[in-house]
Ligand binder design. Structure first.
Ligand code: 5GP
Length: 193
């Protein structure tokens, strides 16, 4: 009911986006994303009542989600950022390297790795292993706004998932198509037309 109402009000030019050579259709409006994030923030807070966790954002795609998640997190916390990258041509083997080192000491601290989207899970698994083996945190949990369950086949636990989506390429709300589209407040998916 709400979605029909929303789409009627949404200006026509926001229903589709042309980015580079591709067309994307409106998929999840910002209002629905924000609602899912509020729930996620409360869920995380319930698990860290008496703690001060460090939220670590995995750049670049996470920047919008990270801001909204933290605005809705009601407890004490710290923040830090990291950046990962896959070596060109080897993404299928899941070889990922750290492009930006952490600016904060996370030894003996509870950390929450915050991702925009988990697809195969290679990035987050590599990041988890890297922090676990080199930084000696007290605990590590993972929060992701989006998950593609049809693609994700790992046993590796994702502790906090905002929205499950089908296996279709999405842009907006921080996510890019060839560096464009990150500033769109809504989420769009690749048009099948
Ligand atoms: P994974 O390592 O889980 O296969 O992929 C995670 C990374 O792939 C994400 O951090 C993101 O950069 C990219 N990615 C996966 N699916 C999508 C998508 O649908 N849209 C965009 N823009 N990036 C994606």
């Amino acid at each position: 009911m709400f979605k029909v109402y929303f789409c009627i009000l949404k200006p026509y030019y926001l229903m589709q986006q042309k980015i580079h050579d591709k067309t994307f259709d409106l998929f999840i409006p910002n209002e629905d994303i924000t609602a899912a994030i509020r729930v996620l923030a409360q869920k995380i807070h319930a698990d860290y009542q008496d703690e001060t966790p460090i939220f670590i954002g995995v750049l670049n795609g996470v920047f919008m989600f990270f801001g909204d998640l933290l605005k809705n997190y009601p407890g004490p916390c710290e923040v830090a950022f990291t950046q990962m990258s896959s070596y060109a041509g080897t993404s299928s083997t899941g070889i990922v390297y750290t492009k930006m080192e952490l600016s904060k000491d996370i030894k003996h601290r509870h950390i929450i790795l915050v991702e925009d989207i988990v697809d195969t899970g290679n990035t987050i698994e590599n990041l988890y292993t890297y922090f676990q083996e080199t930084q000696q945190p007290k605990s590590i949990k993972i929060a992701t706004l989006l998950l593609k369950p049809d693609v994700y086949k790992k046993d590796f636990t994702l502790h906090y998932v905002g929205i499950e989506i089908p296996d279709k390429f999405v842009v907006g709300y921080g996510l890019d198509y060839d560096e464009m589209g990150r500033n769109l407040p809504d989420l769009y998916q690749l048009s099948s037309k």
